[in-house]
Design a protein around this ligand. Structure first.
Ligand code: NAD
Length: 485
């Protein structure tokens, strides 16, 4: 049974129930995750509140030193962390390594906190009066994260939160808590003052306490749209700042002038990478014109049929399993719904799965997709390529903007004018031009629009500092000449 990390120590949860942590490639039970209690969370909040009193006064340049140490210790353990990610989540080792490195890049960026958190100063806003603004840390923040990136997603938040002088409580996904446990063991080696960073395992009961407790100043959430909305509503009704990143439905548009082989390869990688369990995964390929539609069906079907599936720890594996049998059954049901609604199943990934253990599903390819089908509107979160034929770029933009989600979208083209029009007119907040997974780097803001994001201030980089600080303005008059008062 895993322990919580609170106030610089590993402590037993008071939980009376737990969930099994399962390796999705082998179905073996790896450990148990406690479903934490109100008392567990309150203990962490007390420790984080106490730690905040002194941590907020530590100069930014000194806070950054702990982040440098964390970077160093994490870099030395990338391989071990990547193997843990693969073991508990299923993605391939190559994907897992990439996700660990992406997480560490957040620390790289947060190390710039002395400049990121700098305030502003204006002289003579009126005669003899000056004004300055500083970005103050606010207190205890919490992070609630999903199963699909056990290592990376928590780094979107806590490095920026603690760098700017706050303290933090992380609740990992109860399905994949092992990687974070190991990361916290590594962080413990850096001598970070106790209570600054805390880990509490659990499920919805822990989330509910975090969302309503008066000492929590803000919540960073990543997960499915219904829970994102719930966390946003509950947290903000309790007076907290909330940034809640939700689910997605991502469209990829291919114009006839695109570099076709590159577009096909990149689209397939986007859709089936991490077995489709990415919020930035492509889902529906909108093909402009007959020729593009025919070529994509043909080439993507062949490539999808050749994908080698297996345990992500095997270097030959190109795609790992889904997270659970329940997830696999859901995806199978969505494939069936498309068939029942009249789409053309070109490759049926439900067939020819050689593995007898593990939650494997092969990539599927379905053509003849229309806008009203269930698969055009619902997030699939599985390796399913959907192909639709449309007339032109305007129809693509209309289709994308009609979708309730707004996480990301991609255009494949060699036309600058088409690219400009596309990125100007579409609703999603993260746009790819000839890029399959437009995941912003740590120094750009990350987060979608519409039903993919609830809140005002996005994640990463400068946006993060705005989220984790309160701007305080002082207006001062220090003139020795009383005649100008
Ligand atoms: P999820 O919503 O089931 O769980 C996310 C977190 O919420 C977990 O920590 C979980 O313990 C908690 N939770 C679950 N049910 C709850 C409830 N009823 N009340 C309170 N808390 C609850 O999501 P998931 O299945 O772990 O992750 C997949 C989803 O996350 C997908 O929809 C995916 O698109 C989304 N996601 C979005 C982004 C993004 O950047 N927008 C990134 C990664 C994943």
């Amino acid at each position: 049974m895993l322990s919580n990390y609170i106030n610089g120590q590993w402590v037993k949860s008071l939980a009376t129930s737990s969930v099994n942590i399962i390796n999705p490639a082998t179905e073996k039970t790896l450990d148990q995750c406690p479903l934490g209690t109100r008392e567990d969370v309150e203990y962490a909040i007390k420790a984080a509140t106490e730690a905040f009193k002194s941590w907020k006064k530590v100069p930014a340049i000194e806070r950054a030193q702990y982040l440098f140490k964390m970077k160093s210790v994490l870099e030395q353990n990338v391989e071990e962390l990547a193997r843990l990610v693969t073991t508990e989540n299923g993605k391939t080792l190559v994907e897992a390594r990439g996700s660990v490195r992406r997480g560490i890049q957040m620390i790289d960026t947060a190390c710039g906190i002395p400049t990121l958190q700098m305030g502003k100063y204006s002289e003579d806003i009126a005669e003899g009066i000056d004004s300055f603004a500083v970005k103050k840390p606010m207190g205890v923040f919490a992070g609630i994260v999903p199963f699909n990136f056990p290592s990376m997603v928590p780094f979107w938040f806590w490095p920026f939160a603690i760098a700017s002088g706050n303290t933090f409580i992380l609740k990992p996904s109860e399905r994949v808590p092992l990687t974070q446990n190991r990361i916290f063991e590594l962080i413990q080696q850096t001598g970070l003052p106790k209570g600054v960073l805390n880990l509490v395992h659990g499920g919805k009961d822990v989330v509910n306490v975090l969302c309503t407790h008066p000492e929590i100043k803000g919540i960073s959430f990543v997960g499915s749209t219904p829970i994102a909305k719930y966390v946003y509503q509950t947290g903000s009704a309790s007076g907290k700042r909330v940034q809640a990143l939700g689910g997605a439905k991502n469209f990829m548009v291919v114009l006839p002038d695109a570099l076709m082989d590159k577009a096909i390869k990149t689209s397939l990688e986007s859709i089936i990478g991490c077995a489709g369990e990415r919020c930035l995964a492509g889902s529906v390929i909108l093909c402009v014109g007959d020729q593009v539609y025919t070529e994509i069906q043909d080439k993507i079907s062949r490539a999808a049929s050749d994908v080698i599936i297996g345990d992500g720890l095997d270097p030959n594996t190109q795609m790992g399993p889904l997270i659970s049998n329940e997830a696999r059954e859901r995806v199978k049901g969505l494939i069936q719904s498309a068939v029942d609604e009249g789409a053309k199943l070109l490759v049926d990934g439900r067939k020819n799965v050689a593995q007898t253990k593990g939650y494997f599903l092969r990539p599927s390819v379905i053509a003849g997709i229309t806008k009203s089908m269930r698969v055009s509107r619902e997030e699939i979160f599985g390796p399913v390529v959907l192909i639709a034929q449309i007339k032109n770029l305007d129809e693509a933009i209309e289709w994308i903007n009609d979708c309730p989600y707004g996480n990301t979208t991609t255009l494949f083209t060699t036309s600058g004018a088409a690219a400009r029009k596309f990125s100007y007119e579409v609703d999603p907040s993260m746009i790819g031009i000839n890029i399959g997974v437009p995941a912003p780097m740590a120094f750009f803001s990350f987060g979608g629009s519409k039903d993919s994001f609830f809140g005002d201030i996005k994640a990463h980089g400068e946006a993060s500092i705005d989220f984790f600080t309160d701007t305080k303005v002082t207006i001062q008059r220090w003139s020795a000449d009383s005649s100008i008062w």
